[in-house]
Design a protein around this ligand. Structure first.
Ligand code: NDP
Length: 289
């Protein structure tokens, strides 16, 4: 029978573990989240991150900036947060407005406070197998895979999507666990056939229900990272993933739902990273979470 991977419940456990770890510390870690503009989806993500941060017992510092802030002003804020000892983690919510060079902003964050794991130093550490702060979404995906598949070694993993924030770090993590990894993208010519070989299939595309049931190898573990808002016949909005859930669930061994799968795990892993960064900066042992 297909197992539903309940990201919401798993994330609640992780956040409770992080809260317990924080309560045993003799200081309060602080996480700064920077939001530029008023993109509705980004605003919701930032609100949820702030809420989870406070619930876990950390200080939450929210910086909401106007859409037309200059790149220089944003860099000054990052510099201030880098130097602020009460700030252990810095997250800049993406996407940024077009007039701001996102790469320049992310590269300006102190790698020791880079709780998103996007700084080139942390990317290099991840691929070298010495990750300290690894990207939250793929970390959450790995936790979910481990929950249903104790041995990843030797499995065929196919990742659809090659972004810096999901696809590529996901590949590094699966490779580190000795999976045989393929990364597909928009120029892949035999996508369906490749997906059909996957014991572990990760969909991180941003195209509603693109991956159909007959693309799934029977018994595969399917992790759907996609979050797509579609308008139903009744005019209401609905969130769907990149995988046609109903069809895929008929063949998969285990599958994540959307919503309630990868999304909540991303936030829980962010809280863990903030605690990790706080302890590392102070040369304290990293607590079990
Ligand atoms: P990007 O747009 O950065 O990357 C999308 C990737 O999909 C690209 O590599 C692109 O290929 C590939 N792609 C696009 N069309 C096709 C196609 N027809 N066939 C095969 N590959 C294709 O997206 P992100 O990685 O940032 O996000 C992916 C999805 O995950 C989105 O829905 C996003 O909202 C969601 N997301 C969810 C998170 C969560 O916490 N649950 C966190 C982050 C993202 P190419 O490189 O060739 O253009």
């Amino acid at each position: 029978m297909t197992r539903l991977i309940d990201g919401k419940a798993m994330a609640a456990n992780l956040r409770a573990g992080a809260a317990q770890a924080v309560s045993a510390l003799d200081f309060k870690p602080g996480l700064a989240v920077v939001l530029v503009g008023e993109d509705p989806a980004s605003s919701v993500y930032v609100r949820n991150k702030g809420k989870a941060t406070i619930e876990a017992g950390l200080n939450s510092f929210e910086h909401k900036l106007s859409e037309d802030i200059s790149e220089g002003e944003l860099l000054s804020l990052i510099d201030k947060l880098n130097k602020d000892d009460s700030v252990d983690g810095i997250l800049v919510q993406l996407p940024l407005p077009a007039h701001i060079d996102a790469e320049r902003i992310l590269n300006a964050i102190d790698p020791d406070k880079d709780v998103d794991g996007f700084h080139p130093t942390n990317v290099g550490r991840l691929w070298s197998g010495i990750a300290a702060l690894a990207p939250c979404t793929p970390t959450g995906c790995m936790r979910m895979i481990h929950g249903v598949l104790p041995k990843i070694s030797g499995k065929e993993a196919v990742i659809v999507g090659r972004s810096n924030i999901v696809g590529k770090p996901m590949a590094a993590m699966l490779l580190a666990q000795s999976a045989t990894v393929s990364i597909a993208h928009s120029q892949t010519t035999d996508l369906k056939e490749r997906c059909q070989t996957a014991d572990i299939l990760i969909a991180a595309v941003g195209r509603p229900e693109m991956i159909r049931g007959d693309w799934i190898k029977p018994g595969a573990v399917v992790i759907d990272v996609g979050i797509n808002r579609v308008i139903q016949d009744d005019g209401k909005n609905r969130l769907v993933g990149d995988v046609a859930f109903g069809e895929a669930a008929e063949r998969a061994r285990a599958i994540t739902p959307v919503p309630g799968g990868v999304g909540p795990m991303t936030i829980a892993c962010l809280i863990e990273n903030a605690v990790r960064a706080a302890c590392m900066r102070r040369s304290r042992p990293i607590p079990e979470m």
